[in-house]
Design a protein around this ligand. Structure first.
Ligand code: BGC
Length: 733
């Protein structure tokens, strides 16, 4: 295989210490399901993970709902003349694992010498089909180099896996089917969803023996092939996954029969045929999504494609009941929950590449409105209050406690579910953005309008009036910077609420002009008095500032100052030096907060304001959240800090590939991947939409010769080509 540094992510060396990191990086997915890039053979460090989008379960009332970890379908132990393949033993003579971003294939090529001196070449290929989302496949080819002897494959479906100890499934049945098939039928404990994982096999070579083994929640197909020096034998494992939640199931179907029949059909085609159709779909996706960067160093090109690749893999393609988890489908981190990460960080990529998918993501919020209405009511508010962490129903699912505070040695309470309310303005912001970019008035005036109106109603009940100062306040919140809890008048939140209430007035004008719009107003019982109140609140909302300097919140300036720069490059160092309480009382930010606002409402701030606030807040920011760096890159570009813009882009782009935050093993940082795309297109590409008009003001980094990408904009497809000496925007078919 010839390597292309612009398309191939390569692991050059087998290193068990980095296993978790690469498992996340090499995740394969198709939006319906995702599987971590675990090895086929077993290692102590191996953390298998297969997740189906939207299939939530709350195993115990004391635990929050999460995406259950499905049976491990990847496992295949290999015995080479009786010696088990184990790269921690013997000698690894050659090793290379390659993720081909262009075609969505994970390949591993190894030459291994066993402790007894048997040398074997092995090649593993894996795909998670984009053409048939229920199908995943592995092909293993084994060539004994200096011996003859039996080659044995023990291919398992292992339902003993848990979510860090939580078992989400009741086992219903495990057995065999067809000629070489094994399956597990399970049901989630609380949500009562059935899941079938069925693996069928095709063997290549002279079969000496085959058998099955059945154990507790685990079933194995064994094939023993005759191995001859220099001759390749192998096995293909096609796994089929169906759940009773699937929207593409025929009515009243028997899930197990359906899955097994599909599996048997699929096995009639070869691995290469399946791979080919899968790769054709990738080709179509890349046609619209690719970003081409010409520079002396190929790394920037690779990381941007890596980001786009994973964004495509982690996002449901046509299921509006489901959104994107903070870790995509690549790990247990954040339990598969959906945050503002989707609307503010991930959505823009889809908006400009695959608008239909963006619409689905927003429809997910529409479908979870009943949950948001419940959240508001439970907290004594009106309208709809979106969950900080959302799952299938839209009700709040944020856990109550997190990690241990190194200073107090007690678990840190997580208050985000109770206080991080800005999500209820981030979603309206994204809806307006969607409307601006797509021109989809239908969506705005129906689903979009309901969301905007119900959240406006929420905010009107959330603010409090201060008669002494004649202003409206929003007290006890957490802004984007999660190092500050229970704060009043977070500038980010208040400014966006003001923006939201003003936009709602524009929306209401549009609604009144159409019968469908009038129906929405009627349905929600929106009154003239209410509309007036919203505008009064917008006009009088408290926005704490001193000249050009925006106060992150009331009282921020009085907090103690600490030397943030001393701590910021080593994850966890700040937390060791200062306890959680002290961090809360200091001028130290976890992530972009005011700077985030300078980006989202860029047109509302002057260049001077942007500069003043950058100078003040940037040195106080730890970037302890992966959401921070990409936004800093964009804002740095806006204020002509070219070097900082590029440095922050590089920081963002490396988070998962180099594991710079040290936690990629728990899953990819989906928002950061979306942020990277924005740093390129909105930052260096300078693409913005102002009052429904597209503008392009490119600022190429010094290191790049050219940048080219496509955009979907108001029903048209455009190509933006930027060179050092100019740029052009052309229409494409
Ligand atoms: C960040 C949030 C983010 C969440 C999920 C947290 O660490 O502070 O802004 O939404 O991670 O990615």
């Amino acid at each position: 295989m010839t390597l292309d540094p612009r398309w191939h992510v390569v692991e050059e060396k087998f290193d068990p210490k980095k296993m978790g990191h690469y498992e996340s990086v090499f995740t394969l997915g198709n939006g319906y399901l995702g599987t971590r890039g675990v090895f086929e053979e077993l290692y102590r460090e191996r953390t298998p993970g297969t997740f189906v989008a939207g299939l939530f379960d709350q195993a115990h009332p004391n635990e929050v709902t999460e995406l259950p970890n499905l049976p491990d379908w990847v496992e295949v132990s290999i015995l080479l003349n009786g010696e088990e393949l184990d790269l921690t033993q013997g000698q690894v003579l050659q090793y290379r694992r390659v993720l081909d971003l262009k075609g969505g294939v994970l390949t591993r090529e190894v030459v291994w010498e066993s402790p007894q001196g048997r040398r074997t070449a092995l090649r593993f290929r894996r795909f998670v089909s984009l053409a048939n989302v229920h199908l995943v496949g592995i092909s293993i080819a084994v060539t004994p180099e200096n011996y003859d002897g039996p080659i044995e494959f023990r291919s398992a479906l292992n339902g003993q896996v848990t979510n860090s100890g939580t078992q989400h499934f009741t086992s219903i049945e495990h057995s065999t089917y067809a000629h070489r098939g094994i399956y597990l039928l399970q049901e989630t404990v609380q949500s009562k969803q059935q899941v079938v994982v069925a693996a069928n096999h095709v063997v290549h070579g002279v079969l000496l023996d085959e058998s099955f083994k059945n154990a507790h929640r685990r079933i194995v197909y064994n094939a023993v092939l005759s191995g001859k020096r220099g001759q390749t034998v192998g096995i293909d494992k096609f796994t089929t996954i169906y759940t009773s939640r699937d929207q593409d199931l025929p009515r009243a179907v028997n899930l197990l029969h359906h899955a097994l029949a599909a599996s048997s059909r699929q096995t009639q085609q070869g691995f290469d045929q399946h791979l080919e159709v899968h790769q054709q779909v990738w080709e179509q996706r890349w046609q619209w999504a690719d970003i081409e960067i010409v520079s002396d160093d190929h790394f920037d090109q690779l990381v941007v494609r890596f980001a786009v690749f994973h964004l495509i893999q982690m996002t449901p393609w046509n299921d509006p009941r489901v959104s994107v988890a903070a870790k995509g489908l690549s790990g247990e981190g954040y339990k598969g929950h959906v945050f503002w990460d989707t609307e503010i960080f991930i959505l823009p990529f889809f908006l400009y590449s695959f608008p239909q998918v963006a619409k689905n993501l927003l429809t997910y919020r529409y479908l979870t409105l009943p949950g948001a209405i419940t959240n508001a009511a439970q907290n004594g508010y009106s309208g709809a209050m979106f969950a900080w962490e959302s799952a299938d129903t839209g009700e709040e699912t944020t856990p109550e406690v997190g990690g241990i505070d190194p200073v107090t040695r007690k678990p840190i309470p997580i208050l985000c579910g109770k206080q991080e309310h800005h999500i209820s303005v981030d979603i309206p912001y994204a809806i307006w953005n969607y409307y601006q970019v797509t021109g989809d008035r239908d969506f705005l005036l129906k689903e979009g309008a309901e969301i905007l109106l119900l959240t406006a109603r929420f905010w009107a009940s959330r603010v409090s009036y201060n008669p002494d100062r004649d202003w409206y306040e929003i007290k006890e919140v957490i802004g984007p910077d999660e190092y500050k809890e229970g704060i009043d008048n977070n500038y980010y939140t208040n400014a966006l609420v003001q923006w939201h209430l003003k936009k709602t007035a524009e929306l209401v004008k549009l609604l009144k002009e159409s019968p469908a719009g009038q129906c929405v107003l009627l349905k929600l019982g929106v009154t003239e008095g209410e509309l007036q109140d919203w505008q009064v609140i917008a006009a009088k909302i408290r926005l704490p500032r001193e000249g050009e300097l925006l106060h992150q919140f009331e009282g921020f300036m009085e907090l103690q100052e600490i030397d943030v720069l001393k701590y910021r490059d080593v994850p966890g160092l700040l937390q060791k030096a200062y306890g959680w309480e002290e961090i809360n009382r200091s001028q130290v930010l976890k992530q972009a907060d005011v700077v985030m606002l300078l980006y989202l409402l860029g047109d509302e701030f002057t260049l001077a304001e942007k500069r003043v606030n950058w100078d003040f807040y940037e040195p106080k920011t730890m970037h302890d959240s992966s959401l921070s760096a990409a936004i800093h890159s964009i804002v740095a570009n806006d204020i002509d800090l070219a070097e900082e813009a590029y440095a922050y882009f590089q920081k963002a782009a490396r988070i998962d590939l180099t594991n710079s935050m040290g936690n990629t093993h728990a899953g990819l940082h989906a928002a950061s991947l979306g942020g990277c795309w924005q740093a390129v297109v909105h930052g260096f590409g300078g693409v913005r939409v102002k009052s429904g008009e597209l503008s392009v003001t490119p600022k190429l980094p010094k290191a790049w010769h050219s940048l080219r990408f496509k955009l979907a904009f108001q029903g048209k497809r455009l190509q933006v080509s930027i060179r050092r000496d100019g740029y052009e925007v052309t229409t494409v078919d």
